[in-house]
Ligand binder design. Structure first.
Ligand code: PLP
Length: 370
C-alpha cells in the first residue's frame, strides 16, 4: 500500500491503489504544459518547443472514419520506407518519437529490476518514461568541454543496463555526436544493451544518420519524428527504425490502432509530395540559426553560444540574473523561449527555437534594449 508521508489529507482510493512512485513523480514538463495553447489570450510567439513556424496547410479527404485504421497503414509505412531507404519491415509508426521511447523501455526493461542509461544534458523523456515504468536510470554525463560521449564512463556501465539512449543532434545541446563515438558505443554494448539513437533533428544534417548501422548491428534502434523539420508536431507521428526482430517485439506492446486515419493520410501526403518543402524549410532554418547564433555571440549578457546542428540555439548567459532578465523580458512581451538552466552542466542556459524571420527579429529587437 502506498505511504504518502508528505500528504496531509486522507488518501483517496486512487492514491492508495497507485504505484507508490507515481504519487511523487513529476510529469514531463513539456513546453505545452508550461504554456498551453488555451492560455494564449493574445497571439504569442512560440519559440519554446522546437516546432516549425507558420500555419498548417494540409487538407483531409473523406476518410471512412467509421472504420478502424490499419495497425500500420501501408501508405504511411511505404512512404517512410521510400524516404528513409529502409525496408518496410524495419519501420514502426508511433504516436510521436515519444511513444517509441516508451515502447523500447517497456519492451526491454523489467520493472523494478532493469536500468536504462542516459547521457545528460539530454532529452527529458528518456528518464520520465523509465521512471514511469519502474526502470532505474544511470547517468553518464556528456564530456563538458565539447558535449561528446564519455566512452570510458559508458564502458563502466556495460552489463548493468538494458537500453542506452543517445541523442544526435542532441536536445537541448544541439550538436551531433561524432559518428565514430556512436559506433564505439554500439560496439561496447553489443550483446548486452540496445543502443537507441534519437534522430529527432536528423533532417538538419541527414548525412549523419545512423540508419545504415542497422545492417551491421543487432542492438541498434533509431528514433525519428515528423514533429521538427517536417513541421507536423501537432500530428503526433514518429517512427522507430530497427531490425525486424525488434519491430516485432515493439509491435506486441503498442496500442492496437496507434495511428489515427487522418494522421496516416496527412503524414503520407507530406512524405510523398512535400519533401522539397521540408528541405527548403531546413535550409531557411539553418540560415536564420547562423544569424541568431552570430547575433547572440555579440551580446554582452551572453557568454557562450553552443554549436547547433538542429532548429534551435542554446546559449549561456553571463549570470543567473542576466538569464532571468532575458527570459522575463521576452515572456512579458509574449515571446516564449525555454529555460534549460536546471539541466546538469547547463547553468544559466536558455534555448531559442528557430521561428520565422519575423519572430526572431522581434526577439532581437526586444533584447537589444536590455
Ligand atoms: C521533440 C523530440 C522528441 C519527441 O518527438 P515527438 O515525435 O513529437 O514525440 C524526441 N526526441 C527528441 C530529442 C526531441 O527533441
Amino acid at each position: 500500500m502506498a505511504k504518502l508521508s508528505m500528504s496531509k489529507h486522507a488518501l483517496t482510493t486512487a492514491e492508495q491503489l497507485a504505484r507508490e512512485e507515481l504519487i511523487a513523480m513529476v510529469p514531463y514538463q513539456s513546453a505545452r504544459r508550461l504554456f498551453s495553447n488555451a492560455d494564449a489570450q493574445e497571439d504569442k510567439v512560440w519559440l519554446n518547443a522546437n516546432e516549425a513556424p507558420g500555419k498548417g496547410q494540409y487538407q483531409l479527404s473523406a476518410i471512412n472514419i467509421n472504420r478502424y485504421p490499419d495497425f500500420q497503414p501501408d501508405c504511411l509505412i511505404s512512404a517512410y520506407s521510400e524516404y528513409s531507404g529502409l525496408a518496410k519491415d524495419k519501420i514502426l509508426a508511433t504516436r510521436g518519437a515519444d511513444e517509441g521511447i516508451e515502447l523500447i523501455i517497456r519492451s526491454f526493461c523489467k520493472a523494478y529490476q532493469d536500468t536504462i542509461l542516459i547521457c545528460p544534458p539530454t532529452y527529458g523523456m528518456y528518464a520520465i518514461s523509465a521512471k514511469n515504468h519502474g526502470a532505474a536510470v544511470i547517468k553518464v554525463a556528456l564530456n563538458s568541454a565539447d558535449l561528446t560521449l564519455d566512452l570510458d564512463g559508458l564502458q563502466q556501465q556495460v552489463g548493468k543496463v538494458k537500453v542506452v539512449f543517445l541523442c544526435s543532434p542532441g536536445n537541448p545541446t544541439g550538436n551531433l555526436l561524432p559518428k565514430a563515438q556512436i559506433l564505439a558505443a554500439i560496439e561496447l554494448f553489443k550483446g548486452s544493451a540496445m543502443v537507441v539513437i534519437d534522430e529527432a533533428y536528423i533532417e538538419f544534417s541527414p548525412e549523419y544518420s545512423c540508419t545504415k548501422l542497422l545492417h551491421d548491428f543487432d542492438n541498434v534502434i533509431v528514433l525519428r519524428t515528423l514533429s521538427k523539420a517536417f513541421a507536423l508536431a501537432g500530428l503526433r507521428c514518429g517512427f522507430t527504425l530497427a531490425n525486424n526482430d525488434v519491430i516485432t517485439l515493439l509491435s506486441k506492446i503498442i496500442a492496437p490502432y496507434p495511428i489515427a486515419a487522418p494522421v496516416a493520410e496527412i503524414a503520407s501526403q507530406v512524405l510523398t509530395n512535400d519533401l522539397a518543402i521540408m528541405q527548403t524549410r531546413v535550409k531557411q532554418t539553418k540560415v536564420l540559426r547562423e544569424q541568431l547564433s552570430n547575433w547572440l555571440t555579440e551580446q554582452n549578457w551572453c557568454c557562450h553560444v553552443f554549436t547547433s546542428d538542429a532548429n534551435f540555439v542554446l546559449f549561456r548567459c553571463t549570470s543567473a540574473e542576466d538569464k532571468a532578465r532575458v527570459f522575463n523580458l521576452l515572456l512579458e512581451n509574449n515571446i516564449l523561449i525555454r529555460d534549460q538552466s536546471k539541466q546538469q552542466q547547463l547553468e544559466n542556459c536558455l534555448r531559442i527555437s528557430i521561428g520565422s524571420e519575423d519572430e526572431l527579429a522581434q526577439l532581437k529587437q526586444l533584447l537589444t534594449a536590455l
